[in-house]
Design a protein around this ligand. Structure first.
Ligand SMILES: C[S@@+](CC[C@H](N)C(=O)[O-])C[C@H]1O[C@@H](n2cnc3c(N)ncnc32)[C@H](O)[C@@H]1O
Length: 344
């Protein structure tokens, strides 16, 4: 899909969003500026569907994707399918049962329906964790797509390569059904992985990988081209909140009911709910991943962010430390969690 372009001039592409979760794919579609309409989203999880409905005013179809039939799919007359199936079968921490994991069944099932539809999709977009590309589910996916006349281009990409200070490499597969073609056919049926930033050729409007030989040079260029965390903050520092029109009422649960000390007294009001309690800093300070407004990196946020500190995502220090002792300096840094909107 090309930016701004619809199917035939101004008719929007009809899109189905499988495994819609809280709507990350739909946000990406909007951000891409493509003339497209999500005609239906599918997710089995009630809570995810609540969030999706809050975000987009539409409640996804709540059922098992595995029970969909070719006739069901034909009814939507969709041009493109977005798919982000469960990643647990392929994660390094998991059992890596791959296609033998029940959570992988629905994905292969839905792909197997393609030849049985009277109007197969023209484009597919698949997202998953790194590790998917070496799984037998991937082998089966490529086999089905080949047999159903799709050309693929596969990538491992991180938001860092798009200027977003967030390290989260993921696997992506673009597939187009012949006679449709990719604008650049250089990467057809290949998996591309590059640690460098992505640049847009001004003359061709084509996004290309930056060819850099040295890993250190790639990393330096990546940081150079990345925006700092500050650009993604709802509040630049603790005192900003008084001027903000922040209305998010998300409650934050922590394991502590300790109140903030005097040094943090100005962290009050709406943003106060995101302050990290001092008792947590005392107990878990050494395990915290701290970033600053001028940082150009951030750890991956998990669903346990706000509930646990270790390995669940970064915390923001809104004041620079003024002494060397980590535990005591952390207390002076006005630590806060990122807000849901900032995480988003
Ligand atoms: C990796 S998450 C997708 C995340 C999504 N892209 C987002 O932005 O939130 C996988 C989603 O698939 C849903 N899911 C898993 N198996 C399913 C099935 N058989 N039928 C429908 N939904 C399923 C889960 O509830 C979960 O929300």
């Amino acid at each position: 899909m090309e930016k701004g372009l619809g199917k035939q001039g101004d008719e929007p592409w009809r899109v189905l969003e499988f495994y819609s979760g809280i709507g990350g794919m739909r946000y990406s579609l909007m951000k891409a500026g493509v003339n497209a309409e999500v005609v239906e989203a599918f997710d089995i999880n009630d809570t995810a569907n609540d969030v999706y409905q809050h975000n987009f005013g539409h409640r996804p179809y709540q059922g098992n994707i595995q029970s969909l039939t070719a006739a069901d799919l034909d009814r939507y007359g969709a041009d493109a399918w977005l798919l982000s199936p469960p990643c647990q079968p392929y994660t390094r921490q998991g059992l890596q049962k791959q296609s033998g994991d029940a959570r992988a069944f629905s994905f292969l099932n839905i792909l197997e329906l393609i030849p049985h539809t009277s109007q197969p999709p023209i484009m597919l977009f698949v997202e998953n964790v790194v590790g998917f590309e070496t799984s037998d589910t991937h082998t089966k996916m490529i086999e089905i797509l080949g047999r159903t006349n799709f050309i693929t281009q596969e990538f491992i990409l991180s938001p860092l390569q798009f200027g977003v200070p967030y390290s989260r490499p993921r696997y992506f597969c673009l597939a187009k059904r012949k006679p449709s073609t990719f604008q650049s056919q250089l990467f057809n049926n290949q998996l591309l992985q590059s640690p460098g930033p992505l640049f847009r050729h001004t003359n061709t409007e084509e996004t290309v990988f930056c060819e850099l030989d040295e890993p250190q040079e790639s990393w330096d260029r990546l940081l150079e081209s990345c925006e700092s965390i500050e650009s993604f903050l709802e509040f630049k520092n603790c005192s900003d909140q008084s001027e903000s029109n922040f209305v998010d009422t998300t409650t934050v649960s922590t394991d502590s009911d300790e109140v903030l000390d005097e040094g943090n007294e100005y962290c009050s009001g709406g943003l106060d709910q995101y302050s990290v309690p001092l008792s947590l800093i005392e107990r878990w300070g050494s395990a915290m991943d701290i970033v600053y407004p001028d940082s150009k990196r951030c750890c991956c946020f998990t669903k346990s962010y706000y509930r646990y500190v270790k390995g669940t995502g970064s915390l923001l220090a809104t004041l620079q430390p003024n002494n060397e002792d980590k535990a005591s300096s952390l207390k002076e840094q006005c630590l806060r969690y990122f807000t849901p909107r900032e995480v988003c």
